[in-house]
Design a protein around this ligand. Structure first.
Ligand code: ZN
Length: 277
């Protein structure tokens, strides 16, 4: 019943990601039973939150998953056997960022299909229907790992569409942090990276809409800190002017998101802010 209520809450609050009301009701009917109750992942037992459309042989009470290569199995002894022969110690892509014990890898869905499909299965266990992938190949996956002595352990990721409409500004399609790593600041690190990549591309961006309630609160908190931080920098600068253009350049955020935060925080004063640049 809890799952049904949780799904219903999402449907009540969001725009259902293009699903018709009939499709929404069918989805609720199909997903009220959780396929897998828990997973053993990187020496952590984790209770699953949502229905996951796994192949039938994996519809079991508990799944065992290698947190290096995301191999799935249904018996603990299989995972023990796998761990003895699995030589993979990091996600199958390029490591492009390292800070202390934190590392990011970029994984291309069209090149590392199996890894990305397994990643998608894991994320579906903890994310609602809005984050299902129709086409893995169309996405890049940015994998956040904790670096330990024995390798790079998966803790979360965000995805991003490779080819985006010229007018689209999405810099993040889906984001998840493993439940045993929540409240560690990893969600913020993932969002920061999505904006850092937008700034490298020279294209302001933001998350794909609609946002869940939790996503909205997370982003408002992130945007507020980012905009206020940049405003303080601009106020201290003898040469820079305060304008939405400058805030956009310094944050990588879209004009709409900046204006939303300035109004939300009651900072926007049109007599002092140059909105035309
Ligand atoms: Zn493995």
């Amino acid at each position: 019943m809890k799952e049904l209520e949780r799904e219903q809450r999402h449907f009540d609050n969001d725009e259902n990601h293009g699903m018709t009301e009939k499709e929404v009701q069918e989805f609720i009917a199909q997903t009220k039973i959780k396929t897998v109750e828990s997973i053993y992942f990187g020496k952590n037992w984790v209770e699953c939150w949502y229905f996951t459309p796994l192949p039938s042989e994996f519809m079991v009470k508990c799944l065992y998953i290698c947190d290096f290569c995301l191999f799935f199995c249904v018996h603990k002894k299989e995972l023990v056997r796998h761990s003895r022969i699995c030589s993979i110690r990091h996600p199958p892509g390029d490591e492009f960022y390292r800070d202390g014990n934190i590392a990011f890898f970029e994984v291309d869905g069209s090149i590392q299909r199996v890894y990305c499909e397994n990643l998608s299965f894991v994320s579906r266990m903890f994310l609602d229907h809005k984050n299902l992938y129709n086409s893995i190949e169309a996405f890049l996956f940015y994998i956040l790992c904790e670096v330990k002595e024995d390798g790079y352990h998966y803790v979360g990721y965000f995805s991003k569409e490779k080819v985006r409409d010229a007018n689209a500004s999405n810099n993040l399609s889906c984001i998840m942090v493993m439940p045993f790593c929540q409240r560690t600041g990893y969600g913020k690190i993932l969002i920061e990276m999505s904006y850092a990549l937008s700034m490298i591309e020279g294209k302001p961006g933001g998350p794909e809409r609609p946002l869940s309630d939790l996503g909205h609160r997370t982003y408002v908190s992130f945007w507020t800190r980012r905009v206020v931080g940049v405003l303080l920098e601009l106020i201290d600068s003898p040469t820079e002017t305060i304008s939405i253009f400058n805030i956009k350049e310094l944050t990588g955020m879209t004009e709409d998101d900046i204006k939303y935060i300035l109004e939300n925080q009651k900072i926007l004063r049109r007599d002092t802010l140059n909105c035309d640049r």
